[in-house]
Design a binder for this molecule. Structure first.
Ligand code: CUK
Ligand code: CUA
Ligand code: CA
Length: 622
């Protein structure tokens, strides 16, 4: 039986300093922390606002990364109800992602990787505002970047970034629009990485830009140190990434040796020009232009910031990049309007672009904004969100005696990312704040040694932050993004010319088949293609005959045009199942290795006679 500590404070602390000892000097910040009781009273009003009555719709779409579950989850905010899951770097039994031919067209037909580690979901933008077209997300586990079409909420492209390992930080160009997906490779590797060299000193990593439409890697930039998180500005000119391992150390203590690592500024115009001028090389088999952005390069600047910095977030007014100190109790505010001078050599020192370095508390990780001049930084070690005023922090840095901290709110527990509504765009509206707490400890019914995480919803519309909701989540959302519901336009049913099933259409054409009408079996040597339609509650084919050992591809075209009538196709004892939504075609290939009667059935509930929606594959013994 798990015993729960009585005292709120000790519950918050029971993770203990031990796990985090030695990572940062303790700083006693005298800011008051709200008691549980006063919090409960204060939260009363706010809770009303967060209530979304049955049948009512949320104001925001929230897209959550699924961490090492590999998926993306769609939540409604403020209700925090889970609306949908979008399989990406994983296999999904319900939709057939990883099983169907259409998903393998995206994932790769060799099925090399069945896992992934999705951290950073970001929605495409036009002129600094979410345009609702795509969502992009990284896979740290297999160095990939995926694109999700938001009109159908399905992944349509995945790109493996060459020459690097572990794509972590990912952000999008905001202005003039999302032409580039910027992403950091975290770990340094030797080049060539062919077993002839293992030293850390001769290894490096790269900053990468992917063309958002073609999903081809446009360029890579070699850097000193390593790379963590990143963000872009509102001019289209600069992107900044944090580096926590300027030491290029392999051991933990070594990575903490320097008091300052870097925020690395990438000058996108100069990099594009260098590529255009042919000032690049290529690595290995890849054709991607690689430019050198190490110290001394005209393409980058290295701003020293304390210490093993982590989050990097652009303020929605376009004025600041803010780097969270992680092992330093500070955040570093970088003035974007000084970066031109930094690149033009008009500043004496890289630190001249730093215009504030407020002390916030222990373990600052990520910062988000309300659009009213306030920043909200998660404090991992203190288990708090710190609300602070940027203008006051700048005044304080200039010697004025002002308190820039507005409030510290306990969260439960150990927060990583936090994210305010519309915060990455010009439309930051300061209504809701989601805090993704990495530990839930005692907040929910115990479910064994593995605990859920805890995504908490905080009302930030007033002067005071108010915690209004606890949301348990399965491993392991790192980050989320909140988009106003009118910024997303989804389809109700598929268009028949959707590129998602272009290869099925092509094959049908070659076979002289009309997908929307024909129910036919085509034999092509040992390959058999079975084309059938579906209208609730029947498949176009009640049975079809093949020979043992045939490679069978079943194409199902769902002719139901009524929203919400999705069918499935599951071949019993063959590891085959898939979703076919209204007016969609989906296909799956398997070997008919068992002679006899093999039943298939519809596994998505579609009709009162859904149970009766089934048929037989008759397999003749070889
Ligand atoms: S993150 Cu990915 S390891 Cu703070 Cu976005 Cu933690
Ligand atoms: Cu068709 Cu269930
Ligand atoms: Ca370091």
């Amino acid at each position: 039986m798990q015993e729960l500590p009585e005292n709120g404070q000790s519950r918050r602390r029971f993770m203990g300093a031990a796990a985090l000892a030695g990572v940062a000097g303790a700083t006693g910040l005298g800011t008051a922390v709200m008691s549980r009781e006063s919090f409960a009273a204060a939260a009363g009003d706010a809770r009303q606002k967060y209530m979304v009555e049955p049948g009512e719709l949320d104001e925001y779409y929230g897209f959550w990364s699924g961490g090492h579950s590999g998926e993306v989850r769609v939540l409604g905010v403020p209700s925090m109800r889970e609306l949908m899951r979008i399989p990406v770097f994983n296999v999904d039994s319900a939709s057939g992602w990883g099983i169907t031919n259409e998903s393998k067209d995206v994932l790769g037909h060799d099925n090399t990787y069945l896992n992934g580690d999705a951290h950073h979901p970001h929605v495409s933008m036009t002129d600094g505002r979410y345009d609702g077209k795509y969502l992009f997300i990284n896979d740290k586990a297999n160095s990939r970047v995926a694109r999700i079409r938001l009109d159908i909420m399905k992944c349509d492209r995945i790109t493996t970034v060459p020459n690097v390992q572990a794509i972590h930080g990912l952000r999008l160009q905001k202005v003039p629009k999302t032409n580039y997906v910027f992403c950091n490779a975290e770990f340094v590797v030797p080049h060539p990485n062919d077993g002839s060299e293992f030293s850390m000193e001769k290894s490096f990593t790269m900053f990468n830009a992917i063309d958002a439409e073609t999903m081809e890697v446009a360029f890579q930039v070699i850097v000193d140190g390593n790379l963590d998180n990143t963000d872009a500005d509102y001019t289209g000119k600069y992107v900044v990434s944090t580096c926590y391992n300027s030491e290029k150390a392999l051991d933990l203590a070594g990575t903490m040796r320097n008091d300052r690592d870097w925020a690395v500024v990438f000058n996108i115009e100069r990099i594009e020009q260098a590529v255009k001028n042919g000032n690049f090389k290529t690595l290995g088999d890849s054709k991607v232009p690689v430019v050198d952005g190490r110290h001394g390069s005209e393409l980058t600047r290295y701003i020293p910031v304390p210490k093993n910095p982590h989050g990097l977030n652009t303020s929605p007014d376009g004025k600041y990049f803010i780097a969270a100190g992680k092992l330093s109790p500070t955040c570093t505010v970088i003035a974007i309007d000084r970066l031109d001078d930094l690149f033009d050599g008009k500043l004496k020192d890289e630190r001249d672009v730093v215009i504030a370095e407020p002390e916030l508390g222990l373990g600052p990780l990520h910062t988000t904004y309300d659009g009213r001049g306030n920043a909200y930084t998660t404090l991992f070690i203190d288990s708090q969100v710190c609300k602070w005023n940027i203008a006051d922090a700048i005044r304080h840095y200039n010697g004025e005696d002002v308190n820039y901290i507005r409030q510290k709110l306990d969260v439960h527990y150990q927060p990583g990312h936090n994210h305010a509504s519309l915060t990455e765009s010009r439309d930051a509206d300061g209504k809701w704040l989601v805090v993704l707490s990495k530990f839930s400890k005692d907040r929910f019914l115990p479910v064994g040694p593995l605990h859920p995480e805890n995504d908490q919803l905080i009302d930030i519309s007033g002067e005071e932050m108010k915690l209004v909701h606890d949301g348990p989540t399965y491993a392991e959302p790192h980050d989320c993004i909140l988009v106003r519901r009118d910024q997303i336009k989804t389809r109700k049913i598929y268009e028949r010319d959707d590129p998602i099933f272009a290869s099925a259409r092509e094959q049908a054409k070659k076979d002289g088949i009309t997908l929307e009408a024909d129910n036919k079996v085509i034999r092509d040597g040992k390959k058999v293609r079975v084309y059938m339609t579906s209208i609730a509650p029947q498949y176009g084919l009640m049975e079809f005959k093949v020979k043992q050992g045939d490679e069978v591809t079943v194409y199902v075209t769902n002719l139901d045009t009524i929203e919400d009538v999705t069918h499935g196709f599951c071949m019993v004892n063959h590891g085959v199942s898939m979703e076919i939504s209204p007016m969609q075609t989906a296909s799956v290939t398997f070997v008919a290795d068992k002679p006899g009667v093999q039943w298939y059935y519809c596994n998505w509930f579609c009709h009162a006679l859904h149970m009766e929606m089934r048929g037989r594959m008759l397999v003749e013994k070889a």
